[in-house]
Design a protein around this ligand. Structure first.
Ligand SMILES: Cc1cc2nc3c(=O)[nH]c(=O)nc-3n(C[C@H](O)[C@H](O)[C@H](O)COP(=O)(O)OP(=O)(O)OC[C@H]3O[C@@H](n4cnc5c(N)ncnc54)[C@H](O)[C@@H]3O)c2cc1C
Length: 339
């Protein structure tokens, strides 16, 4: 039995650990498996996972360049934040808005990490990995990764089929600050280092540190609703933050909806909606995964009743046999709690 790392502070085990690629030969294709980086986007709803735990070892850090760009190839096992810092220290800018996001390089393409106006997809040249179906190492270009908001091909067609081993980023030498996110706009002609520091400061002041108060960051995705739904909502709440999308739909702020539903500080046994950050659910100590899921179910149900908007988890739920559909899992809990 091996412990599975996770930032919710849950004690969870897997049958055995496969370090990839050095122990690749020990991998049993017929047995279930889970790839885990830091476990900072996972909620384990059972105390054990009945399969193999794959952890990436690769730590390549290769910088190539063309006249206009740096092409940076990074091993999947590298820590994301340390890598951002290392590149900025080397004078290679572009990742500063994505500073202090927990986890590994290999997980970054999976949900297309994003923060402060920048998404991984904007900087990604290609993603390389081992395709378990073809048993070949394959490289997908940016388009093939099918990136969208918190989405990629690795959560869809290639889910449980592709072990990401390397990512290659394209970072322009003609760097320009991205200050589109409100709190960064006050910076005057900043360098990438100043943005990096500011992002770290803001994040440290706003988000609970999982090492002190276990959590997995934003628990829910920001919902994207049809224009007709939004037109009703704005009548109900003229101040509702909204971000019109290219396809006519409207993105809403999940945290605002949770806050307006009066759920900041709400508890379910040892799980709590963070007092300052409504989008973050925390384990106050001693929670099991299902307690946290029950709190999430309560949040989903209350927001639905008030705004007619369904919040879907960003965090992925893992059960004894593997990943479970998180929205369905919450609906089952809601139905059980009504009995
Ligand atoms: C305090 C806090 C703040 C956060 N802020 C943000 C934020 O601002 N923006 C944001 O986007 N996210 C944020 N997150 C979520 C999290 O940091 C990201 O999702 C991160 O990319 C997860 O990395 P990880 O290594 O922990 O992945 P894990 O949680 O271990 O895994 C996540 C998923 O990726 C898969 N996976 C991991 N590695 C590989 C691989 N090599 N090959 C194939 N699949 C793989 C796993 O199977 C799993 O499905 C935050 C989390 C916390 C705790």
């Amino acid at each position: 039995m091996v412990k599975i790392p996770n930032t919710f502070g849950l004690t969870v085990t897997a049958k055995r650990l496969i370090k990839w690629p050095s122990q690749q030969a020990l991998f049993k294709p017929d047995e279930s498996f889970i790839i885990v980086g830091a476990g900072s986007n996972l909620l384990f709803v059972d105390a054990e996972f009945d399969g193999q735990l794959i952890q990436l070892e690769q730590d390549e850090f290769i910088i190539e360049q063309t006249a206009s760009d740096y092409l940076v190839t990074l091993g999947a096992g590298l820590n994301w934040h340390q890598t951002v810092k290392r590149l900025i220290d080397a004078g290679i800018d572009g990742l500063e808005n994505l500073a202090l996001i927990p986890g590994t390089v290999g997980a970054a393409p999976v949900q297309n990490i994003g923060a402060y106006g920048v998404e991984f997809s904007q900087l990604c040249e290609s993603v390389t990995g081992y395709n378990l179906q073809t048993q070949q190492v394959e490289t997908l270009n940016n388009q093939q990764c099918q990136f969208a908001y918190r989405e990629s091909v690795f959560k869809k067609q290639l889910k449980d089929k592709f072990i990401i081993t390397q990512v290659t980023l394209r970072l322009t030498k003609n760097w320009q600050a991205n200050l589109s996110y409100g709190p960064l706009a006050e910076l005057n002609n900043p360098t990438a280092i100043q943005i990096f520091e500011q992002v770290c400061l803001i994040r440290q002041s706003k988000l609970p540190d999982p090492a002190k108060l276990p959590n997995a960051g934003s628990f829910f995705k920001n919902p994207v609703v049809e224009a007709s739904v939004f037109n009703q909502l704005i009548k109900q709440d003229p101040n509702i933050p909204n971000y019109p999308q290219a396809d006519g739909k409207v993105k809403l702020a999940a945290g605002y909806l949770i806050d307006k539903a009066g759920l900041k500080g709400a508890v379910y046994q040892n799980a709590k909606v963070h007092q300052q950050q409504a989008l973050v659910l925390v384990n106050q100590g001693g929670s099991c995964g299902v307690e946290i899921a029950n709190l999430a179910a309560m949040v989903r149900q209350t927001v639905l009743a008030l705004f007619k908007v369904k919040l879907n988890p960003e965090v992925r739920f893992i059960g004894k046999q593997g990943e479970v559909d998180s929205a369905q899992f919450l609906d089952l809990l809601i139905a059980e709690n009504k009995k």
